[in-house]
Design a protein around this ligand. Structure first.
Ligand code: AMP
Length: 448
């Protein structure tokens, strides 16, 4: 129960208003320590309720009578605008019965309006590193009196190249009394280095047992022959699955645009979100999805980072994400706060080995699913290694008449490749699905 925490009654009132009954595991573990003022390093998945785990203790520290604000007391850094906006909303919801004021500084918003907000001095400042530094360099930001610093999704901030910016902002808060660092993954050497620099005698709470991720989300794979076949499967799923809202992930912007175009042509209410979209488009897409006017979002990883949309219960990986962590982030969009979700990955022979690495990383075996209406010919590699990866079949070297060549035969020159007769080539759709590639017909189905 939230009332078991030593939280101010005004915060407990807000928690009750939000209909939060039981603290999530990360909240149960982090809130008491954070209330004691401890530095924390928390590894917890997106959607675990980690925002409240640091916001409530910050508010508890700052709560008090109305007074003139003279300095920023808490700084929360996040990797993306959307995450920062969502965190601001969460802070505002929890602080609704207090006099605590919060402000947001992200790219894509008016610089002068932000400067004016900073002149009023919010108690809590939430933002992304790039724009915060710009405001700092313009002399609009003073972080010297910051007491609590939060680095949320720290692994992602490093992935996105914010390491130096974050360090600069950290250095601007020399009088902080508490630092809390949250990451969805255990991260690499960059994260370890940052932890060493910014945290002081921190308690490490590891709630992210990847093997137990999103227990409420079913994870399936469907094999596919090529990208056009994947498109047919996506159509079938969107037309036949039961879902409130769906997100289709692609690895490239071009493929996201292509799928979006196909969906719109079929009168689906959809939106596309990727790095080339400006802030206005992104806001519109997310708002429409939240309001329910749009039911399908097609997105690349960066664009969808940190999305928290109620009722998002179907995730389709059109392409297999390139790493286990990315997979975790994607399926973290669904099955949030205990709701059921379904995550389906479409697997061509080129996706197979990635998929089996993700299975090993998660220590899970995805459910194999076949849909008879859109069944293709590829059903996985003929032979798999103990690791689950496809056994590659060595190409036999034959001449034009099919006679086996000596092993010393040289690889064909560029000119020879250029002159190769078209009948020798299999036309494939390139990875982004746009330009057709010419490639020699592979002899082993799984070797890519
Ligand atoms: P987060 O991981 O902080 O992004 O939270 C994911 C979602 O879970 C947000 O929509 C929160 O409002 C919601 N949430 C967080 N904690 C709880 C809780 N104890 N009970 C119900 N919902 C929660």
């Amino acid at each position: 129960m939230f009332s078991d925490f030593a939280l101010h009654e005004r915060l407990l009132k807000a928690v009750a208003e939000l209909k939060f009954v039981e603290p999530t595991p990360v909240q149960a573990a982090a809130i008491p320590l954070a209330l004691e003022g401890r530095d924390l390093r928390v590894t917890a998945q997106t959607g675990s309720g980690k925002t409240a785990a640091f916001v409530l203790p910050i508010l508890n520290r700052l709560i008090g009578p109305a007074k003139i604000r003279v300095s920023i007391k808490a700084l929360i850094l996040l990797p993306t605008r959307e995450l920062a906006q969502q965190t601001l909303k969460e802070v505002e919801r929890f602080s609704q019965f207090t006099f605590i004021k919060s402000g947001l500084i992200t790219g894509g918003e008016d610089f002068k309006v932000q400067a004016a907000m900073l002149r009023k001095v919010p108690d809590i400042l939430i933002g992304t590193p790039g724009r915060l530094l710009e405001q700092l360099n313009a002399g609009n930001l003073d972080l010297k009196e910051v007491e609590v610093l939060v680095l949320d999704e720290a692994d992602r901030m490093l992935d996105m190249g914010f390491s130096e910016d974050v360090q600069r902002l950290v250095d601007e808060c020399p009088n902080r009394q508490q630092t809390m660092l949250f990451s969805a993954t255990t991260g690499g050497s960059g994260l370890r280095e940052m932890i060493g620099k910014v945290l002081n005698n921190a308690e490490h709470l590891q709630l992210n047992q990847v093997s137990q991720l999103n227990a409420t989300t079913r994870q399936q794979i469907i094999t596919a022959d090529h990208n056009q076949h994947k498109e047919q499967i996506v159509n079938w799923l969107l037309a036949n699955e039961t879902y409130q809202k769906a997100i289709v992930f692609t690895n490239t912007r071009a493929m996201a645009d292509r799928i979006y175009g196909r969906l719109v042509a079929q009168d689906y209410k959809a939106f596309v979100l990727h790095g080339e979209k400006d802030q206005k488009d992104r806001k519109l897409a997310i708002d429409r999805l939240k309001q329910g006017g749009v039911k399908i979002l097609v997105a690349t990883d960066v664009a969808a980072r940190g999305l928290d949309v109620d009722g998002l219960d179907l995730v389709i990986n059109f392409d297999m994400p390139r790493s286990g962590d990315e997979y975790v982030h994607r399926i973290g969009r669904t099955g949030r706060a205990g709701n059921d979700g379904l995550a389906i990955s479409l697997i061509c022979h080129g996706d197979w080995n990635l998929m089996s690495s993700v299975e090993r990383y998660l220590k899970q075996s995805f459910e194999r699913r076949t849909i008879k209406e859109v069944k293709g010919t590829y059903g996985g590699p003929k032979n798999v290694k103990a690791s689950g990866k496809a056994v590659g079949v060595k190409k036999k070297k034959t001449d034009a008449k099919g006679v086996k060549k000596k092993s010393a035969a040289k690889a064909p020159t560029k000119r020879k490749i250029a002159n190769r007769p078209k009948t020798d080539a299999l036309s494939l759709v390139s990875k982004d699905g746009m330009a057709p590639l010419k490639r020699r017909k592979p002899e082993a189905p799984a070797a890519e």
